[in-house]
Design a protein. Structure first.
Lengths: 334, 234, 433
């Protein structure tokens, strides 16, 4: 049974953590794609930027959270979301909008977004350095150890405070996004524009407004994802390329342009990663005596080492591109 | 004062002129029909009216106010509705949501107009929670027209509303167009099915090579042997 | 019908004034560097720039000729570098004299065997097994065999690392590694291209970024094969090294090798560009649908051009690694080996080989010179901050100053795309009316 708890800690919880972060990131990518029709490669760095803003604000006002009783970084998150949203809209105005007005091919927008990636990376590292830093400046990271009331189980289920916040915030974001897209006038207009931009315009929908709203949402979500990731581990300025692949894999698995698909895709990729790096040999241990020797001897039965984790989203990406390029839920555009 | 008045309109794509001086005018309660051979500039003219094409010369007036080269969303505000020939619904939105999008600029309209549209197109009421992409061609056309009517336009532009429909649906659509017109909406439409369209038209415009060839009442054009010979297939 | 758009029409050219001016300026810049930094440093710069020119030519045929955006140049460069290392580094007797080669061979045979078994299982439906059952059998077999093989492999790899360090090289001449490096990069390019080229162009960019990171992760962590972070050096040169004839002469001889390679590549590309094959490639880029309608096998042509570009990147990477005489998997950075090349191409003129070579040399000079400049400016800022506000500068100032270059490269990409999308030497598009 101890092995099962180990499995819960290392796969179920870790998978939910990674899945939530990828899901929130992938939703932003897929929304941008469905409105502007290009793969936004600067998304990873927008996430980093959001987390960096939280770090900055938390360093400036480390005591803010104590007054209310929740960690300061979470208090700062709404401000960081607003700042990231402003950044996203600003980037669009400065770099993407002129290209759109020129009617360039989507791939040129992709290259421009890579240029933006580098600019953000450069700026963030210029100010934040290249090392990792904890977002818990003044607070203490609570760790909950929940012992299971079963005979012979010594290992507790371990879950940390930021992970609980992570799950809660993911849930809130997803529900809020759902209501925004299905109930609000602006959300429906966004879906309409993603379906048919020309007709949206002919219906009197101001496409510039929708584009701006998309960036606000994508920026806000990116800040959430980046902050939650940094809370769970530490703030690292150079994550972007490693985040890009799982997030895009998640968006494509879910069907590009399909927000709910992106959420599902995020969890698929998150769980696939944790399942792949999990050492399955551990689950065999209780049966050690009844197994053939060669199998019992096998020390590490993980599919890939943690250092090759990036192979997993790539494998998923390739598999989905080969067998079902529209994604599990049919995406709009290939 | 005519509802819609186009005078000597020139325009085209990327320096190539497709329209070389088109004139047309319809009154508030009229149906105007544009017919003509392929490549005559029929749909191009409609796009020029709806601001989707740069008008390089001439003018287009809506109730005497110049509107050429205004962006489409301004034109919707001024009381113009446009139903494109293809891709004229939002396929993943439900029928109801499609209609709501039509009243995007006039959110106050939604409740009142929704029930009117359902009266006009009863099949849409039953399918209101279905994605528009799952409907048949004729029903989609109804959604498209309904969407455009949601904003209560004074004039409705229809680009080949019956293209690709079976004869049964075609007649149905023409009937609806007549009803919409009877409710006080001016209509300007482009049609391939010239005879049926001219039969319901108050004004007919026969275009060829980007210019008016014949302009008269629908009935007069149908009766004109020369029009019949060259443009209505005998 | 003769429609002419102002942006694609090349003015009738009599004298290539723009080319001449740009190259004269470039020559002046090179001479300036020689004057300031001495001939040994400057020749090294030129050799590296010429290696980058090979990479840039690879990218220009993908992006400029065919409109394919490869965002993972780094991966192909690293593969080339690995081959240059593997083939030219001396044989490691500690490995070959032990029993390890045999064990490694056995594991490799297992891998091949497992692959054959899984492939066979995937064909079980041919002999009447229901398709669903076949899929289940294949997946289960693949998972189990993979786990078995990979743990056996891990065991051998660990033994190699502990007993022999790494398996060493083959001790062959450098050029063998260069050729194999090109071939290997082409092979990976084929794999990626085969999957992605029929889809939206964004997918190719995502997949190439991914494969580049994977190749780097593999080379960095496979200590048994590459010594990983411990790096391998020196790598032998195909020409006499600095120890024998001195820095400047040795580097000049290396430069002559790369110059000959560039000339050959340039000549072949020029021929191909103007041959029917090149016309077809451009026709596909400019109007995919009508080319398909004319019965051209678009995906095959696209794959050809993508693989060709990857081969050039592999060769360029191999030549670069040999010249640096060092194989350091961690030294492969997206910035230095993907985006720098991208800037060279889009600034020089995508699709224009001469423009690309110009861009490669010019951007590389700016790139090298910007490092001391960035440090200098940063020092100035720190000094100013300290004396005026008593600001205590963080210790990592040097590494941070270099981040400013990341920003500048990014800014350059966006600015060029917006204001000079055709580069300094635009591709000359001929219009046959």
């Amino acid at each position: 049974m101890n092995e099962l708890v180990f499995f819960i800690n290392n796969v179920v919880i870790a998978g939910c953590v990674a899945g939530s972060i990828y899901a929130i990131g992938a939703v932003g990518v897929t929304l941008i794609f469905s409105i502007m029709r290009f793969a936004h490669f600067a998304h990873g760095d927008m996430m980093t930027f959001g987390a960096f803003m939280v770090l900055l604000l938390t360093t400036l006002f480390p005591q803010a959270g104590a007054a209310i009783g929740i960690p300061t970084p979470l208090i700062m998150l709404p401000f960081a979301m607003a700042l990231t949203a402003v950044l996203a809209v600003g980037i669009d105005r400065a770099f993407y909008k002129p290209l759109r007005a020129h009617g360039v091919k989507p791939i040129v927008m992709v290259i421009a977004s890579l240029g933006v990636t580098l600019m953000l990376q450069g700026l963030i590292r210029l100010f934040a350095g290249t090392g990792g830093e904890s977002l818990y400046v003044d607070d203490r990271k609570e760790i909950f150890r929940i012992p299971l009331p079963i005979e012979g189980v010594r290992v507790p289920v371990v879950i940390t405070e930021p992970q609980i916040y992570l799950f809660a915030l993911t849930l809130i974001s997803v529900v809020a996004l759902h209501f925004f897209l299905s109930r609000s006038r602006l959300g429906k207009a966004m879906r309409a524009m993603s379906d048919n931009p020309a007709l949206a315009q002919a219906s009197g929908i101001n496409t510039n407004t929708i584009v701006a709203v998309t960036w606000v949402i994508a920026g806000g979500l990116a800040a959430i994802a980046g902050t939650l990731l940094s809370l769970d581990v530490t703030f690292k300025p150079d994550l972007s390329f490693f985040l890009l692949l799982p997030i895009f894999a998640a968006a494509i698995v879910g069907g590009v342009g399909h927000p709910y698909g992106a959420i599902a895709g995020g969890f698929v990729v998150g769980f696939a990663e944790t399942l792949a790096v999990f050492n399955w040999g551990i689950l065999l241990r209780p049966f050690r005596d009844s197994l053939p020797e060669w199998l019992a001897q096998a020390g590490n039965l993980a599919f890939v080492g943690t250092e090759y984790k990036i192979v997993v989203p790539f494998f998923i990406l390739v598999a989905i591109l080969v067998w079902r390029p529209t994604g599990i839920f049919k995406g709009k555009v290939i | 004062m005519p509802l819609l008045d186009a005078r000597d309109v020139h325009g085209g794509y990327g320096g190539m002129n497709i329209l070389n001086g088109v004139n047309m005018s319809i009154e508030a309660d009229e149906i105007g029909v544009i017919v003509g051979p392929n490549g005559a500039g029929k749909s191009t003219m409609l796009k020029a009216v709806f601001g989707l094409l740069h008008v390089s010369q001439g003018e287009i007036l809506l109730r005497g106010e110049p509107i050429h080269n205004l962006p489409p969303n301004k034109l919707v505000q001024k009381g113009m509705g446009f139903v494109p020939q293809e891709y004229n619904v939002f396929p993943s939105l439900t029928v109801k949501e499609n209609l709501q999008m039509g009243a995007y600029l006039k959110p106050g309209n939604v409740k009142r107009m929704l029930s009117r549209i359902y009266e006009f197109f009863p099949p849409l009421y039953d399918k209101r929670h279905q994605p528009a992409g799952e409907l048949s061609g004729g029903q989609r056309q109804m959604v498209a027209m309904g969407r455009a009517l949601m904003a209560e336009p004074e004039v409705l532009l229809l680009d080949e509303p019956t293209a690709g429909l079976s004869p049964l649906y075609m007649n149905e659509i023409f009937e609806r167009v007549k009803e919409v017109n009877a409710a006080g909406v001016g209509i300007l439409m482009v049609e391939q099915n010239a005879k049926q369209a001219l039969a319901i038209a108050d004004k007919g415009f026969v275009l060829a090579a980007g210019q008016n060839r014949f302009t008269d009442t629908g009935a007069a054009l149908l009766a004109d042997p020369e029009v019949a010979k060259s443009f209505l297939g005998g | 019908m003769s429609t002419t758009r102002t942006d694609t029409v090349a003015a009738p050219r009599r004298f290539p004034l723009r080319e001449v001016i740009l190259f004269v300026v470039l020559l002046a810049a090179v001479l300036g560097v020689y004057g300031m930094m001495g001939s040994a440093y400057s020749t090294r710069m030129l050799v590296e720039a010429s290696c980058y020119a090979i990479l840039a030519l690879g990218l220009t045929i993908q992006w400029g000729y065919a409109g394919q955006f490869n965002a993972g140049v780094m991966g192909f460069v690293a593969l080339g570098g690995f081959c240059a290392m593997f083939f030219s580094v001396p044989v490691n007797d500690a490995f070959w004299d032990s029993s390890l080669p045999g064990e490694l061979g056995v594991v490799l045979a297992y891998i091949v065997g497992a692959a054959v078994v899984v492939f066979g299982a995937s064909r079980l439906d041919r002999i009447g097994v229901p398709k669903k059952l076949r899929t289940v059998i294949t997946v289960v077999l693949a998972v189990v065999l993979y786990l078995v093989v990979i743990s056996a492999f891990r065991g051998v790899a660990d033994q190699i690392e502990s007993q022999a360090g790494f398996i060493g090289g083959l001790g062959l001449p450098a050029w063998v590694g260069w050729i194999v490096g090109g071939a290997l990069a082409g092979g990976v390019g084929y794999f990626i291209g085969h999957i992605c080229l029929g889809l939206r162009s964004d997918y190719l960019a995502i997949a190439t970024i991914g494969i580049a990171e994977i190749i780097k992760a593999f080379l960095k962590n496979s200590d048994w094969l590459t010594r990983g972070t411990a790096t391998v050096s020196p790598l032998p040169w195909p020409v006499p090294g600095p120890a024998e004839v001195g820095f400047t002469l040795a580097r000049a001889m290396y430069l002559s090798v790369t110059a000959v390679m560039i000339a050959a590549i340039f000549f072949l590309l020029h021929r191909a560009y103007h041959a029917p094959w090149g016309r077809m490639i451009r026709a596909i880029r400019d109007n995919e649908i009508s080319s398909a309608a004319m019965g051209k096998d678009i995906n095959k042509r696209r794959l050809e051009i993508f693989v060709l570009g990857c081969i050039l990147m592999g060769i360029g990477g191999a030549v670069l690694a040999s010249f640096n005489s060092l194989f350091d998997p961690q030294g492969y950075l997206p910035l230095n080996h993907t985006f720098l090349v991208l800037v060279m191409v889009i600034l020089g003129g995508p699709g224009n080989n001469l423009g690309t070579i110009f861009g490669a040399v010019a951007v590389y000079i700016i790139w090298l010179m910007s490092e001391p400049l960035a440090l200098f400016l940063m020092e100035l800022a720190v000094h100013f901050g300290e004396s005026t506000f008593g600001w205590d500068a963080p210790a990592s100032m040097d590494s941070r100053a270099l981040q400013a270059r990341v920003f500048v490269i990014g800014l350059l990409i966006t600015l060029v795309l917006r204001f000079a999308p055709k580069g300094l030497l635009p591709e000359k598009t001929k219009h046959v009316d």
